[in-house]
Design a protein around this ligand. Structure first.
Ligand SMILES: [Zn+2]
Length: 207
C-alpha cells in the first residue's frame, strides 16, 4: 500500500525533508525541534511562513557588513557609525556581531564598535589577516579616537587576541583597556546578563 517515498522519511515528501534538514542546522535546533517548527510554519502558512520567507529573502539580499566597524545592517555605514549621539572617541572591540548586540544592551554605552570576525586561533588556523585587525589599527590611529576597549571573551583565544591587538596598538595615541573579569572564564559575551556586562564595562582596566 505504501509506496517508497523518494527522499527519505515515511510520508514526508522531499521538500519538507529538505526544509527540516536546513532548519536542523540552526543553533539550538535539532531534527526534532526542526520537525516541530516546520509543522508549525505549515499550519500558519499565511500569518507566519509567508512573512518569514519574505523577511529571510530581504535580509539575505540587503544585509551587509559595515565598511567601518563590520557590524551588519541594511545600510553602510551602519546605524551605529552614523549616529551623531554616539561617542566616536570610544571603540569597543568585540569578536562577533552577537557580542556587539550584547554590549549594546548595556545601558549607558554610547561609543562605537569594531567587530573582529572571530579570534586568533592556532588550532583553527586563524591568523591576524583573517580578522578585521588592520582596519581597527587604522581607525585607532585617527585623531578622534581616544580609547579602545577590548571586549573579547575570557577564553584562551579571546585573551590571546586581546594581547595581540594591544601590541599592534602600542604605536597609536590611544588608551587601550579591557573588560574587568566579572566576565567568567570561557564565557562568551552573548550569554552574559546585562548587570554582569555593565559591571565589567564600568570596571574596565587599562592594559
Ligand atoms: Zn558601523
Amino acid at each position: 500500500m505504501n509506496g517508497p517515498s523518494p527522499a527519505g522519511g515515511p510520508g514526508s515528501p522531499g521538500s519538507i525533508d529538505a526544509l527540516i534538514a536546513l532548519l536542523a542546522r540552526l543553533p539550538g535546533l535539532g531534527p526534532r525541534s526542526a520537525r516541530r517548527a516546520v509543522l508549525h510554519l505549515l499550519k500558519r502558512r499565511e500569518s507566519l511562513m509567508v512573512p518569514l520567507t519574505r523577511a529571510l529573502d530581504e535580509a539575505a539580499r540587503n544585509v551587509k557588513a559595515c565598511s567601518i566597524c563590520r557590524n551588519i545592517d541594511t545600510r553602510d555605514p551602519c546605524h551605529i557609525c552614523t549616529d551623531p549621539k554616539r561617542d566616536k572617541s570610544l571603540i569597543c572591540v568585540v569578536e562577533d556581531v552577537g557580542d556587539l548586540w550584547a554590549m549594546d544592551r548595556v545601558v549607558g554605552f554610547k561609543g562605537t564598535y569594531h567587530v573582529l570576525g572571530g579570534t586568533l586561533s592556532a588550532l583553527d588556523g586563524v591568523g591576524p589577516e583573517d580578522l578585521s585587525i588592520g582596519p581597527l589599527v587604522a581607525r585607532a590611529n585617527t585623531p578622534e579616537v581616544r580609547e579602545v576597549i577590548l571586549a573579547t571573551s575570557a577564553t584562551v583565544d579571546g585573551q590571546t587576541t586581546a594581547h595581540y591587538i594591544n601590541e599592534r596598538l602600542s604605536g597609536a595615541q590611544v588608551q587601550v583597556s579591557a573588560l574587568a573579569h566579572g566576565v567568567p572564564v570561557g564565557g562568551e559575551l552573548d550569554y552574559l546578563d546585562e548587570g554582569t556586562l555593565f559591571a565589567a564595562l564600568k570596571a574596565r582596566k587599562p592594559l
